[in-house]
Ligand binder design. Sequence first.
Ligand code: TUI
Length: 313
Amino acid sequence: MLHTKLCEILGIEYPIIQGGMAWVATAELAAAVSNAGGLGIIGAGNAPGEFVREQIKKARTLTDKPFGVNVMLMSPFAEDVMQVVYEERVPVITTGAGNPGKYIEKLKNVGVKVLPVVASVALARRMEKEGVDAVIAEGTESGGHVGELTTLVLVPQVIDAVKIPVVAAGGIADGRGLVAALALGACGIQMGTRFVASTECTVNENYKKAIVKAKDRDTVVTGRPTGHPVRVLKNKLTREYEKLESQCVSPEVLEQLGAGKLKAAAVDGDVDYGSVMSGQIAGMIEDIKPCKDIINDIITEAVDLLDRMKEWR
Ligand code: TUI
């Protein structure tokens, strides 16, 4: 119904990739997205390789469709996770928060598709030279670790700079967002926050409800002084963070305040003092529904919109 080059590359039905969110994107969510025709992703985050291997095995019991693993390159276990991905012959990896250059050749040799997330034209160019299959250009509207440029500004510049396919990410949660991404020249989209508010996502219910409740200006970027800016929902933790940032405390103190806080929110449901990573699009998410409905509704809306756009001519 809406087939693009991304569908061909990944062997999927719809050009939708699920973001690889640490503590949130478990085997259950990945399998649900893949079963719905998108590409589900297990978020390795800071987990050790053997934990990720168990997640891969679990996903294989839940779906016979392709799925991937997101390797968070700042993790102390990134190398370990890459080895597991290689041994398990996971069909696709996405990467975040770094340059995956040193791993690409070995993965490509065994047919693993590599799709790095980039937040700049420079890294997109470097990745194309290293032989990746596509890049995911992620705007600062996203949740979690973010770059500086917005999706609307980053995506077309990356598309102009490289010949490989480009996936748009950041600030997308409905059919209008998908059509906008296609209009910019992207071959598909990656969504994180929209899939957090899904029935199958195993994150604590408080986290899902916080996303549904969030309004347009309810996210903030903290951690700029540490060099690791992270977009999260505003809460008591971010107010504490802002107070310390304004007092110019050392980056180490700020890092210390952030330690373990994503798990506190995602697993224990502490949405007041935990780190509730979320994109700006949370303001537009009004319900928790199955991944199949999320994807079907987006595709139906996008196809309908594209039809109506033909009549505008
Ligand atoms: O990676 C993400 N999102 C994330 S990772 C994460 S875990 C974390 N927790 C606390 C602090 C930091 C991380 C939570 N959310 N998205 C993909 C992404 N990658 N966004 C931006 C980048 C990025 C930034 C700089 C990629 C590469 C880069 O520079 C690499 C280089 O060497 O040029």
